[in-house]
Ligand binder design. Structure first.
Ligand SMILES: Cc1cc2nc3c(=O)[nH]c(=O)nc-3n(C[C@H](O)[C@H](O)[C@H](O)COP(=O)(O)OP(=O)(O)OC[C@H]3O[C@@H](n4cnc5c(N)ncnc54)[C@H](O)[C@@H]3O)c2cc1C
Length: 294
């Protein structure tokens, strides 16, 4: 297995920001991942997997870890009966396409989630009332101590959350789907994509929802809009003028710009609504948000 040094992770995030990884590899089999996990243990390096970087903020200074991007067999998709078998690095779009071709529905919710199966399991990604916990039968997770199958409850899936931690790599997943005519799937996907396009900045570099929706009558987006944050800019990053729970790379943004916008948004939501917004986007590297003043 080739391990590269200093690979710039900005290439692998949808926002287009982030510094280099201390070590980077593209495993193509479960055996490769296991070998790399052992390699990292010998060097006391943490391990993190990245998918399509569509929910990821990577520190500008880089990441002192071995970063894995699954490829080859680990990005493949097959269908057997009503079960879709996907590598952890398989794109949701490819899975949806294969499911539709096989006349299997229930994964339509993922049509506008631009990530991979591994990232979807990690985040319990979802939209329009569906999420991974509803279709996931089990996931094969590799760690330095061994590889084994985990069910959704063993993974601790809840709203945009799993109990997975860096060092645990989702190498494969099985999704149980339900027979549905391909034309119906196509029509629903068309409708969901139209809804998405009307409400969100789909033609900009973003990382999806910045904050989880709080337990409040207002969604995070509506709350930040009420705080007057639409279009607010710091450095090269700006809060989307179209949807306030998105941050766009307006012009040469750095991760630090996005973090500064997030800190400002949390401060204003706390002052105006008494709500502590929690970030949905995942952090890689030394990144944190300042505590809110009581
Ligand atoms: C325009 C846009 C719209 C979006 N809409 C939605 C939406 O409607 N609903 C929603 O839930 N999300 C949405 N997102 C966010 C994002 O697409 C999802 O969270 C997606 O599941 C992330 O997958 P990824 O492969 O890109 O993961 P990444 O962003 O690369 O990683 C996310 C986390 O998963 C971990 N990870 C990734 N792969 C693996 C693996 N194989 N094993 C272990 N850990 C892994 C990473 O370490 C990281 O902690 C949107 C993003 C964009 C840019």
């Amino acid at each position: 297995m080739t391990v590269e040094e200093g690979v710039e992770l900005a290439r692998f995030t949808t926002l287009g920001t982030g510094g280099p990884a201390r070590a980077f590899a593209r495993p193509e089999s479960v055996g490769d991942v296991e070998e790399l996990l052992r390699w990292a243990v010998e060097r006391s390096l943490p391990v993190a997997a990245v998918g399509l970087g569509s929910n990821l903020l990577v520190a500008d200074e880089g990441v002192d870890a071995l970063v894995l991007r699954l490829a080859g067999e680990l990005a493949s998709v097959t269908v057997e009966g009503d079960v879709l078998h996907a590598g952890g690095g398989a794109a949701n779009a490819v899975c949806l396409h294969r499911a539709r071709a096989a006349g299997l529905g229930s994964f339509e919710f993922a049509c506008a989630i631009p990530g991979t199966i591994g990232g979807g399991v990690w985040m319990n990604a979802g939209a329009y009332g569906g999420d991974f916990s509803q279709v996931l039968e089990r996931a094969l997770v590799a760690t330095a101590d061994g590889t084994g199958w985990l069910t959704p409850s063993e993974l601790g899936l809840s709203y945009r959350h799993s109990d997975l931690r860096h060092g645990q790599v989702v190498v494969e997943a099985e999704l149980r789907l339900h027979p549905r005519p391909p034309e119906e799937i196509r029509a629903e996907v068309r409708e969901l994509n139209a809804q998405r396009k009307a409400a969100q900045p789909t033609n900009r570099r973003t990382f999806g929802s910045v904050f989880k929706n709080p337990d409040h009558e207002l969604s995070a987006g509506r709350m930040l809009e009420a705080c007057g944050l639409k279009g607010h800019r710091i450095g090269g990053a700006q809060i989307s003028p179209k949807h306030a729970n998105f941050i766009e790379n307006a012009d040469g943004a750095r991760t630090a710009d996005a973090i500064a916008l997030m800190a400002e948004a949390r401060r204003r939501a706390f002052e105006q609504f008494g709500v502590e917004l929690r970030h949905e986007v995942e952090f890689l590297g030394e990144l944190s948000l300042p505590p809110l003043a009581a």
